[in-house]
Design a protein around this ligand. Structure first.
Ligand code: CMX
Ligand code: CO
Length: 140
């Protein structure tokens, strides 16, 4: 069901500073910058590699407000890995299959994610403490 690791989501206080760090230390390139009001983030996708099943990225996340998912995470745990995003062929179908196995779905239906993707989150409490995102890449 999981095709690849699409991205690792990293929570940070200052997006521009963290972009500079990933560019200068790892030589990564920003391929997209977006504000996603629904998710409460300002974010950037940095390309890591291309594989048979698609590309993989680091997603840097800065909260738009303290009272958001990433804002609360930063206050509680500080900067660090926030979630893992796995590529799937069909996010609606994956949600049905995973929900049927008793895993709590944060999103019953897909939402809008980076670069036109359809995304949905699974509750970290049912995935061994790992906030898990399913990503269906847009077919552009
Ligand atoms: N990873 C692992 N555990 C996490 C977590 C994370 N990223 N965020 C919160 N938790 C844990 C907390 O530690 C807490 O556990 P304890 O009760 O044992 O302390 C529990 O989950 C509830 O956390 P909370 O502080 O009450 O936080 P929220 O109200 O924000 O709820 C969650 C948590 C996962 C439901 C919420 O963050 C959410 O809906 N996330 C999905 C959306 C999202 O993260 N969007 C930003 C990224 C967008 C993108 O990738 O495009
Ligand atoms: Co993500």
């Amino acid at each position: 069901m999981l095709l690849r690791i699409d991205h690792v989501g990293v929570a940070c206080h200052n997006l521009e500073e963290k972009i500079e760090f990933y560019e200068s230390v790892f030589g990564l390139t920003v391929v997209s910058r977006e504000v996603n009001e629904e998710q409460g983030v300002r974010e950037a996708m940095l390309h890591v590699a291309d594989g048979d099943q698609g590309a993989s990225y680091v997603q840097l996340l800065e909260p738009l407000h303290p009272d958001t998912a990433v804002g609360r995470f930063l206050a509680k745990r500080g900067e660090g890995v926030h979630h893992i995003g796995y590529g799937v062929a069909d996010v609606t179908r994956a949600l049905e299959e995973i929900g049927a196995k008793g895993v709590r779905l944060i999103d019953e239906r897909p939402r809008h994610g980076s670069m036109g993707a359809s995304i949905a989150f699974l509750h970290p409490k049912d995935v061994g403490g790992v906030l898990t995102e399913l990503v269906e890449t847009s077919r552009r």
